[in-house]
Write a protein that binds this ligand. Structure first.
Ligand SMILES: [Zn+2]
Length: 438
C-alpha cells in the first residue's frame, strides 16, 4: 500500500518516536455496515443563542422535537448530553482504531439502560449536527494540511486505503475527510449545547462526544497516531471564539501523551493542558519538565506515570495535581480527552486503571466544573481499544455524570491487578508538584 506523505511528522519538543502499537495487539473482526446520516440541520433549537451551528434533540420517544424555547429548558434539565459520530467508513482491517469502537459503546449504553429511551429527559442525544468547517479545523491545523487531506480523498477512493502519516500507521479511506469533519462537528455541537444549558441552569448537563477518529496526537501540521484532526483542540478554540470562554482547562487521561494538543497550545497562557500518561509510551513526548514556553510557561503540565500505575496512583493525582491546578487556573470550561486505553485490560499500554478509576475521574471532574466554571464540562473520546473495557468504562463515566452509583465492581476483576510501583509513583508526583509549585 502506498504511503502518502501529507506532511512530515514534527515532534516539536522532544523525544524519539518509540515503537508503535503492534498489530498483534488487536483482533480483526468483520467491519459493520453502518448507515450514518450526515445531515443538515432541520431544526434549530439553539438558534436564539448560537446562530452558526445547528443540531436537534433526540428524545426518549425517538421523535425529534420541533424547535422551541422548550428545547433550551429541556437541555438545561438534562444530566448528560452526547453526540455520536462512529466514522463507519474510516476503517482498516486489523487496525485497533476500528469502526467497531463507537458502536460497541453505543450498544453497551443501550444494554445498560443509559440512553434517552431508558432515562427519558435525563439523557439527550444530539442528532443531525453539522460537520466542522474547514475554518474551524484551520484554527488549529495548517490550512495546507486540511485541504491536502481533502484532495487526497480521490486517491483514497481509487486505492481503498492510504497511509497519510510519514512513519506511523495512520490511515485514510475515501470517507476519512468527511468523517473527521463530522467527528469534530459532533464535539462542537456538544459544546454548544452544554454552554446553552449553562445559561439556563447552575448545574447544566455534562457533555460527551462519542467520536472517532480520535484527535489528541494530530499535530498542527498533520495527522499522527491514528488521529486526523485535533477534535478537542478545535473545540477549545471554538469555545473561545464563539462563546467567549477564554480560559480552557484540558485534562487528558488517555494512556498516551496528547502531543498534538500539547503542541497547539504550548505557548498559549489561556489554554491549560494537563496530561497524565504512561512513561515511555508512544509518542515519547510529554516529559515532566515540559511546562509551556513564552507566555504559556506554566500552563502545560505533563505527568508521565510509571508502568503499572493504577487506581491508587490516579486518585492521588486527581487530589494533589488535577484539582489544585484547575483551582489555580480558574477556567471558563473544562474539556477532557477521555482515552480509555489506560485500562488494565487494554493491551496497547500497561497502566492498571480500572472501570472504577474512570468513574472516580469523571465524577471528580464534573464536581470540579461545578465549582469552577458553571458546570461546563465536555468529554471527547480518544483511545481505548479493548471493546469491552472501553464500553464499560464509558458507561461508568455516564453513570458518574448522571450522579448514579458506579457499577464498576460488576466488571472489574481484582485478580487482574498487581501491586502498583508506589515509590516510583510517589517520586514522580512529588517532583511534578515541586516543578509546578503545587
Ligand atoms: Zn491512547
Amino acid at each position: 500500500m502506498e504511503v502518502l506523505h501529507l506532511f512530515a511528522p514534527r515532534l516539536s519538543t522532544h523525544g524519539n518516536i518509540l515503537p508503535f502499537f503492534g498489530p498483534s495487539l488487536c483482533t480483526w473482526r468483520a467491519p459493520l455496515k453502518l448507515g450514518f446520516f450526515i445531515g443538515h440541520a432541520r431544526h434549530s433549537y439553539l438558534s436564539n443563542l448560537i446562530p452558526r451551528r445547528k443540531s436537534s434533540v433526540f428524545c426518549s420517544t425517538n421523535v425529534e422535537k420541533e424547535p422551541s424555547m422548550d428545547s433550551d429548558i429541556q437541555l438545561a434539565n438534562a444530566k448528560v448530553i452526547y453526540s455520536v459520530a462512529p466514522a463507519a467508513g474510516h476503517n482498516q482491517e486489523s487496525h485497533p482504531e476500528s469502526n467497531l469502537r463507537v458502536p460497541a459503546i453505543v450498544d453497551t449504553l443501550e444494554k445498560l439502560e443509559l440512553t434517552p429511551k431508558h432515562r427519558r429527559s435525563e439523557i439527550i442525544e444530539l442528532k443531525h449536527f453539522n460537520p466542522a468547517s474547514v475554518e474551524d479545523i484551520s484554527s488549529v491545523h495548517e490550512r495546507a494540511y486540511v485541504l491536502g487531506l481533502e484532495k487526497a480523498m480521490d486517491k483514497a477512493s481509487e486505492q481503498g486505503i492510504l497511509f497519510i502519516e510519514g512513519s506511523g500507521p495512520t490511515y485514510a479511506t475515501a470517507s476519512t475527510f468527511r468523517d473527521s469533519l463530522l467527528a469534530a462537528g459532533a464535539g462542537l455541537a456538544v459544546v454548544d449545547a452544554v454552554v446553552a444549558a449553562s445559561k439556563k441552569s447552575p448545574e447544566p448537563p455534562s457533555g460527551f462526544a462519542l467520536i472517532r477518529p480520535p484527535g489528541h496526537h494530530a499535530v498542527p501540521t498533520g495527522p499522527m497516531g491514528f488521529c486526523v484532526f485535533g477534535n478537542i483542540a478545535v473545540a477549545a478554540r471554538y469555545a473561545q471564539r464563539v462563546h467567549g470562554l477564554n480560559r480552557v482547562f484540558i485534562i487528558d487521561f488517555d494512556v498516551h501523551h496528547g502531543n498534538g494538543t500539547h503542541d497547539a497550545f504550548y505557548e498559549d497562557p489561556d489554554i491549560y493542558f494537563l496530561s497524565t500518561h504512561q512513561e515511555g509510551s508512544y509518542p515519547g513526548t510529554g516529559k515532566i519538565h515540559e511546562v509551556g514556553s513564552g507566555q504559556g510557561e506554566g500552563t502545560s503540565l505533563n505527568l508521565p506515570l510509571p508502568g503499572g500505575s493504577g487506581d491508587v496512583a490516579m486518585r492521588t493525582v486527581f487530589d494533589e495535581v488535577i484539582v489544585p491546578s484547575a483551582q489555580r487556573f480558574k477556567p471558563d470550561i473544562i474539556l477532557v480527552s477521555a482515552g480509555y486505553d489506560g485500562h488494565v485490560l487494554d493491551h496497547l499500554a500497561s497502566l492498571q486503571l480500572t472501570t472504577g478509576t474512570y468513574y472516580m475521574l469523571s465524577a471528580g471532574i464534573k464536581q470540579l466544573a461545578k465549582e469552577l466554571c458553571g458546570g461546563r464540562c465536555v468529554f471527547f473520546l480518544e483511545g481505548g481499544y479493548n471493546l469491552k473495557s472501553l464500553s464499560y468504562s464509558v458507561a461508568d463515566t455516564f453513570r458518574a455524570l448522571l450522579g448514579d452509583p458506579s457499577r464498576a465492581s460488576e466488571f472489574d476483576n481484582p485478580a487482574f491487578l498487581y501491586e502498583e510501583p508506589s515509590n516510583r509513583i510517589k517520586q514522580a508526583i512529588q517532583k511534578l508538584k515541586a516543578i509546578h509549585s503545587l
